[in-house]
Design a protein around this ligand. Sequence first.
Ligand SMILES: [Zn+2]
Length: 128
Amino acid sequence: MREELLKKLRVFGLGQLQDLVTLSDILEREGASLGDVKEFLEENLRAVRKNQEEMKKAFEERRKWWKRVGRKCPECGETLDLVPIRAPKGKKNKEGYKSLWSCPGENCLYEKYSKREFKEIIEKLRRR
Ligand SMILES: [Zn+2]
């Protein structure tokens, strides 16, 4: 019996077992049970999952919106990606470009630099 238990405990790290002992002490002191911990855990996991689902949904909606309004690649027809350029006009950015349209297409290297701000472009597309 004891051998079996030791074999099972080896699966856990010493830190985890230490945490379990600490938790057990707390529960005993508070007159609470593992059921209370389970309840707490499930509640929090539900909240995390709900949050993840909402973020996924919002991301999906943004993606769909972008597919609809984003510029299309003149070479392959993919919806272009738009990224802001943070480097100010100077040595690293001689023309003072502020954003870059680039094609995510696998075999496409299309790129077009723009002097319009990323934010400005997005705002304009939103108003459409
Ligand atoms: Zn392309």
